[in-house]
Design a protein around this ligand. Structure first.
Ligand code: PMV
Length: 349
């Protein structure tokens, strides 16, 4: 008889938030205290590649991350597996047989690799869980809305399910059914936009986003103010800036939102520091560069780590990269704080 083994490989890109997600109202379902908005990168360079195999001969579900076997019982991996299997079962009971009935009872073996350093604050969990959910969905023959499942792997992962400019609407419901990602504009909308990643450090971040957010929600009144009174207006303004392709408005909101996120980290008790000296020098450089040109030509944003992501229009990339090289010559800082610069575009999800 036919061998019922099945193997699927997919890739998913990293996304960079310009309105940051920080803080959960429900830890288990991963429901945020504010909406967020991001740009999905083109997956040629920063991506996760995941292969899922199913076979009737597999005894148990197993997972390997970057070549090392990890605990499949991790609650977030379990959430994604459970939700995908639930959808597959529902689809079958709704009368759609799917392309492989038996695969539902089969165990899966998952292999996932990043082509960039994990946990360097480059949103590896976003690409990782987006890719896991998408690949599992392919294996079990599921189509349609999957961002609600990716969200349960890692909040920011729901935004990597779509390309271009993506918002994660926080939703109102307690069950999270309306806490989903949605495309604002496709990647073709703003072809001149470039994203530079300035890598100052590939060290692991000191405090992970999960525990960092918990402490912030518990202790920072600035975070509460931000979520309730600042982000709702910024979501509207940012969406409009993207739709108008108004670079100065987009850039200023991006920088202010990154600064407020890091201010909430400092307002957390005990405080959390994600920015280092090099990050602060990059911030100064961007403001000096913009002041020198008399207009906002570049914007920085930082996640839970010291590496800067710069948004800039294509025509200004060479001059900005030159300014970075001038400001951070390779022989400065005793040679350790050299900055590497990678250039990206927005891409499909
Ligand atoms: O999805 P998580 O738990 O990795 O959190 C991501 C949080 C930030 O990267 C700092 C902000 C964001 O919106 O991506």
């Amino acid at each position: 008889s036919m061998d019922k083994s099945n193997i699927v490989t997919c890739t998913a890109p990293v996304n960079i938030a310009v309105i940051k997600y920080w803080g959960k109202r429900n830890e288990e379902l991963i429901l945020p205290i504010n909406s967020s908005l991001s740009v999905t990168l083109h997956q040629d360079q920063l991506k996760t590649t995941t292969t899922v195999a199913t076979s009737r001969s597999f005894q148990e579900d197993r997972i390997w991350l970057n070549g090392k076997e990890e605990d499949i019982n991790h609650p977030r991996i379990q959430s994604c597996l459970r939700e995908i299997r639930r959808l597959a079962r529902k689809r079958r009971s709704d009368g759609d047989p799917g392309f492989d009935l038996t695969s539902l009872s089969h165990k899966v073996h998952i292999c996932s690799v990043n082509n960039f350093p994990t946990a360097a604050g480059l949103a590896s969990s976003a690409a990782g869980f987006a890719c896991l959910v998408y690949t599992l969905a392919q294996v079990f023959g599921i189509e349609g809305e999957l961002s609600g499942i990716a969200r349960q792997g890692s909040g920011s992962a729901c935004r990597s399910m779509y390309g271009g400019f993506v918002q994660w609407i926080m939703g109102q419901k307690d069950d999270g059914k309306d806490s989903l990602a949605q495309q604002v504009e496709p990647e073709t909308h703003w072809p001149e936009l470039r994203i530079l990643v300035l890598v100052a450090s590939a060290e692991r971040k000191p405090i992970g986003s999960t525990s960092g957010m918990q402490t912030s929600v518990q202790t920072s009144c600035l975070l509460k103010h931000r979520a309730e009174s600042v982000v709702p207006g910024r979501m509207v303004e940012m969406t409009e800036a993207v739709q108008r392709k108004d670079f100065a408005a987009f850039a200023e909101l991006t920088m202010k939102d990154s600064n407020q996120f890091h201010a909430t980290c400092l307002d957390t008790y005990p405080p959390i520091f994600y920015l280092n000296n090099v990050s602060q020098q990059v911030i100064s450089l961007v403001h000096r560069y913009n002041r020198h040109h008399g207009e906002t030509r570049a914007a920085y944003t930082f996640d839970a780590g010291p590496n800067a992501v710069i948004f800039i229009l294509q025509q200004h990339v060479p001059e900005f990269v030159q300014a970075v090289q001038h400001f951070f010559p390779p022989e400065s800082n005793g040679g350790h704080d050299m900055i590497s610069c990678f250039v990206f575009k927005a891409g499909p999800g």
